[in-house]
Design a protein around this ligand. Structure first.
Ligand SMILES: [Zn+2]
Length: 120
């Protein structure tokens, strides 16, 4: 253990950009979701204590590392962490219930006004 070498720790910067197709949790339709991950990671040997200041620093995450780094798994984890728990379109309608249980709803009236082709 060497003290007094702040700023000399190895850091890993992970940047991921792209676009994913997520399933909207309201209308179940597809929605494009831009991925933007930019993380700083500090490699730590497994079993080694993570320095307390790293735990308090939101900018840096510690990752346990033994031997080779599984880059794919790391990228996957970071993307999963960045994903919204319940992705939703900003504006969309929930799907109509199957079987025409709905009584005359204002939306159904609107739809018939529009002459939409509901083939039931
Ligand atoms: Zn939606």
């Amino acid at each position: 253990m060497v003290d007094g070498v702040e700023g000399l720790e190895p850091r890993l910067r992970l940047v991921v950009e792209g676009e994913l197709q997520l399933c909207c949790q309201r209308c179940l339709g597809g929605m494009a979701w831009p991925v933007k991950v930019d993380s700083s990671l500090q490699p730590v040997r497994s079993g080694q204590q993570i320095p307390e200041e790293e735990l308090e620093d939101d900018e840096v995450d510690a990752i346990e590392l033994d031997g080779e780094l599984d880059v794919l798994a790391l990228v996957e984890d970071e993307i999963l962490l960045a994903l919204p728990i319940a992705p939703r379109h900003q504006v969309c309608d929930a799907p109509q219930p199957e079987g025409g249980v709905s009584k005359e709803s204002p939306f159904a009236a609107l739809a018939s006004l529009r002459g939409s082709h509901s083939a039931n």
